[in-house]
Structures are given as C-alpha cells and as structure tokens.
Design a protein around this ligand. Structure first.
Ligand code: HXC
Length: 518
C-alpha cells in the first residue's frame, strides 16, 4: 500500500529532528561548559527572529575510513542557509564543533562553497561562523578538496559581495585560511586561529607556546592584524556584524545604504580648535577629529589595536556611508610603517570594491625610516598605498590637516593620484620633507663655512617655513582646491560627497586586474 502524505511528511520530520541534535546532547553540553554557544543558538542570536531558512540539512559525508562509516551526522557539522539581518538578506554558514570538531570534510566543504556561490548569485553578503579543527584528518585528500572548494568560492566572491568571518572557537589550518580570504574577521576572546599548532611549533622551533599565545584574540587583533575586530563575547561579535553591515551595500553593483540623520550637515566643529595644536610637532588624537566630522560621532573603527599610527573605519556624513583613512599623530607622529601601509591599502581597496567614498585626513611626517623597515620591504608595502589610492575610482576627498611630507603626501590621497577634492586646513604644511631636515641638507656646506651656523640655520628655517610650511603655495599651484576653516570641515566634506555622488569612472576594458605589489 502507498504511504499517505501524512506518513511521508512525518518521515521528513523524523529526519529533521535527528539533524538538529548536532554531535549529541553530551557534546552540546561540553560546548556550553566551555562558555561557548552552540551553533543553533548562535544563528538565533545573530539573525532576525524566524528568518533562518536551512538548506542541505540532510547531507552526509561518504567516508568510511577510521570509523567514519559509523560516525555520520546529518548536515556533516555545518549549518548553512540564508536569513535576514536588520531586514536585509544574507547567506550564512556556521560550523558545529560538536560534530567531529567542526572539521572540514568533502561534504562539509562543498556545503560551505555552495552557500558562498548562492550568495554571489543572490548578490547578498555571506557570513561564516568558524569553530573548527580544520581539514578532517580521516577523509584525507577529500577533506583537502573540501577546503580548496571553500577557498575557491571565497576568492570568487571577493569584491563581488561582502564576506564576514566570525571566529568563535579553535580555527586550525583551513578554518583560518578561509577567513583570511574574506573581507573582515571578527575574533571572540577565548577563540584562536593558527596554521600549525603548538606541538608542531615546539617540534620545529623548540619554543613552547599556548594556543592563546600562538593565535588568540589579542595576538590577531594587535600583533598579526589577521583580525579586524576583537569582541569580548559572542553576542558582542554579532552586534559588530550588524553595525558593519549597516555601512555596506549588499554587492558591488549597489550603493551603500543611505541613512538620514538629524545631525546638521553644517554643524561647526569649533571644539577642534582646542583639539588640534597649530604646532605640527605636538600630537593630538585624530579619532577626536574623526568623531567630530561624522554623524552623531559614530565611528566603527577597523583594526583598532593594530598598526595604530593609522586609523581606518566606517561612519556617515549627512547620511552617506564613508570610509575614513587618517594618520594618527598621537602614535609615532602618524608615521606610515609597513603595517600601517597594509592596513590603509587593504581598507582603501575594500571601500573601492563596494562603492564607499573615501575621506582621507592627513598628518604624517612620512614613511617610517629604519633598517628593519627597509629590510622588511617598506618599498613594496608602501607602494600598496600608492597603488590602492591610484586605482580607486570611488569619490576620494582629502583633508590635509597639518604635516604632509614627501611620499606620504603623494600616497595619502593626493591630487596627483586622482583624488577628486582636496582641502587643506590653514595649519597644513606640504613639502618634500620637514623643515629641519631640509635646511640641514640644502645648507650643509654654507653652515660648515659660516661663522655663525646656528643663526644661518634659524634664518633658512624661517625662509623654508614661509615657503612650504603652509597650504598657500600648494593652493596657488592648484594642488589644493580650498583652504578651509577647521570648523567647516564637516560641511565641506558633505558638499563634496553630494557633488560626487554621481561620479562615473571608466575602467580599462582589456585588464583582468591590477598587479598590486604584495
Ligand atoms: C578530525 C578532529 C579534527 C580534525 C579536531 N577533531 N580536529 N577530527 N579532523 N582536523 C576532533 C577531535 O578528535 C575530537 O573528537 C573533537 O574534534 C574535539 O577535539 P578536541 O581535540 O577534543 O578539542 P580541543 O581540545 O578543544 O582542541 C581543538 C583543536 C584540536 C585545537 C582544534 O582538536 C586540534 O589540534 N585538532 C587538529 C588541528 C589540525 O592540525 N588540523 C588540521 C589542519 S591542516 P572526539 O571524538 O574525541 O570528541 C588543514 C589543511 C588545510 O586544515 C590547510 C590549508 C592551507
């Protein structure tokens, strides 16, 4: 006798019940004992209520070696599908550590890759929740194939849809490289990422380290720069995702969301007269300037604890989403070193991919001098900043606050590299190098011969300052569009953003992609 529809549906429900038990009650309890949420609780907390639609929950692996034939779990250790965040659709995949340590086998990897590909087709962001021991050892080459499929999909999605990774537990090998291929990595305290674990490190180098010392949240947030955000808790990581998405379009063909504001666009920033010293040698915190300029002082800083002589992040001006790039005079005078170069270049390229205008605030003595910097390749890393600004076709607005010396003047969104609107404050100084160094080079011989070298030095310093330690010479030559009152900065940038909102830029049709120095 044929089964009834009711019987058939009951059968599906029975399957479904099995699929939502992960690696079993004990493993789920162990996960919670470690202070971690279970995968389904994570999805509930991150996504809008009742918005999650799961795909491929019946999928099983097809391995038989090392006892895997007896360890089959519906979904194969990763929950995938789509849902909404603040009403906008996202695709999502979330690894379940209770199933074989969230390890990536062929089926697991193919599921994630397919989810990313579906997100590309739908033109919506993809979010990955990582909690995994990496490639599933028992599956051998099939596991490596699964990992490779994820990497391939990540790269296909690059620059097409935003990709956000959240690191919620151990992430080994492939579970670290996939996030590294995405746009933003958020790591929760207690989680860690590594390519080779402490035992391998000990065997190879003799050094003993804990997981946290090797690749914990502080390491990746402050030292390696692998993580863009560090959160105290899983819930805080989900708040960061929501906030981040609010600045981003769903794909590269859309503009970012416009969010009207009650904060007047012509608000005067008179508080900055107190914040910014006119003496270029005195430091100040550029984040105070950034917050004054942005709507409601709301700034989502990216890489807050890494390469701190540069500051990058998102905000809005008059409702328009903008990417802020600033030198930080409070840290090493705002010098651009190798890490700061990478931080700036990567951020500029992200903004350019997703139609987010770039606002650059300049106060830097230049690129970092030093043997370690030269040997570390400051030439090729600094060149990334030049490359990123030059290739970016989004609206580019630059404000020279104080020092803009040498290559760093050119790199930081100069007119020469295709910036659209260039402002300078009256405190701006634009020159090949700072006055002290310049005078010593130009007048070395005269000073050697002089009976009063100190007086000569002071006189030449004054002369150099008169010519270059102001924005007027650059403005006379057309390199600056306007010298503006500091208090007018928000209004001036807003007007430029409005002007440039319809900017059209042509890309060479015959080029596959640029060859940025790496
Ligand atoms: C299969 C794995 C696994 C893996 C963990 N498990 N990692 N199973 N393949 N890669 C299983 C464990 O056997 C265990 O199963 C369960 O997951 C939980 O693991 P524990 O070790 O008990 O958890 P914990 O103490 O929290 O340690 C987590 C861990 C550790 C640090 C991730 O398990 C570990 O070091 N795993 C191996 C990491 C690794 O080297 N992966 C390969 C990377 S190479 P039971 O049944 O006992 O509960 C790679 C290739 C691609 O990914 C590289 C691309 C470039």
């Amino acid at each position: 006798m044929m089964s009834s529809h009711d019987d058939l549906i009951r059968k599906v429900r029975e399957y479904r019940e099995l699929s939502i038990t992960g690696g079993g009650k004990d493993k789920i309890e162990q996960q919670r004992q470690k202070g971690k949420l279970w995968v389904r609780d994570r999805l509930t907390k991150l996504l809008d209520p009742d918005s999650f639609v799961e795909y491929q929950w019946m999928r099983l692996h097809r391995s038989t070696y090392f006892g895997l034939d007896k360890q089959k779990y519906f979904g194969d250790g990763v929950v995938v599908g789509y849902g909404k965040i603040d009403g906008r659709t996202v695709f999502i995949y979330a690894q379940d550590f209770t199933v074989l340590g969230g390890s990536i086998g062929e089926a697991h990897g193919e599921k994630i890759a397919k989810t990313i590909e579906q997100a590309i087709q739908a033109g919506v962001p993809v979010i990955g929740l990582y909690d995994s021991g990496g490639a599933r050892i028992q599956e051998g080459v099939s596991a490596l194939h699964g990992c490779g499929r994820i990497f391939y999909a990540n790269v296909k999605a690059s620059g097409v849809i935003p990709q956000i990774a959240i690191i919620l537990g151990p992430c080994a090998g492939a579970a670290a490289y996939s996030p590294a291929l995405m746009d933003f990595v958020i790591i929760v305290k207690g989680a860690y990422m590594f390519i080779t674990g402490p035992e391998v490190v000990k065997a190879a180098t003799g050094v003993s380290v804990t997981f946290d010392q090797l690749g914990g949240a502080d390491v990746h947030g402050s030292t390696s720069g692998v993580a863009h955000f560090v959160s105290e808790t899983e819930e805080e990581a989900f708040i960061i995702v929501r906030k981040l998405l609010s600045y981003l379009p769903s794909n590269s063909t859309e503009d970012p969301p416009y969010i009207p504001t009650d904060d007047p666009v012509d608000r005067k920033l008179e508080e900055l007269y107190e914040v910014v010293p006119t003496d270029p040698m005195k430091p100040f915190d550029v984040k105070q300037v950034v917050k004054s300029i942005l709507d409601d002082g709301d700034f989502l800083e990216v890489h807050a604890n890494w390469a701190k002589s540069a500051v990058v992040g998102f905000g809005r001006i008059g409702g328009y989403s903008v990417g802020i790039v600033a030198n930080q005079p409070a840290v090493n005078a705002g010098v651009i070193d190798i890490d700061a170069s990478n931080k700036i270049a990567r951020f500029v390229r992200f903004c350019d991919s997703f139609n987010i205008p770039i606002v650059t605030l300049v106060d830097t003595p230049g690129f970092m001098p030093g043997v370690d910097q030269e040997h570390g390749g400051i030439i090729k890393h600094g060149a990334k900043v030049l490359h990123a600004y030059a290739e970016a076709t989004v609206p580019k607005i630059t404000v020279i606050m104080r020092k803009a010396y040498g290559g760093a003047y050119i790199a930081m969104g100069s007119l020469s590299l295709g910036s659209d609107v260039n402002f300078a404050w009256p405190t701006a100084e634009i020159a090949v190098m700072g006055p002290e160094g310049a005078v010593r080079i130009l007048y070395r011989r005269e000073m050697e011969k002089s009976t009063d070298p100190e007086a000569l030095y002071r006189e030449k310093l004054r002369e150099y300052r008169e010519i270059f330690a102001n924005p007027f010479r650059a403005a006379e030559l057309g390199y600056i569009d306007d010298v503006i009152d500091i208090a007018e900065t928000r209004r001036k940038i807003y007007e430029a953003l409005t002007l440039l909102s319809g900017k059209r830029a042509e890309l060479p049709p015959f080029r596959k992609h640029t060859n940025i120095p790496l």
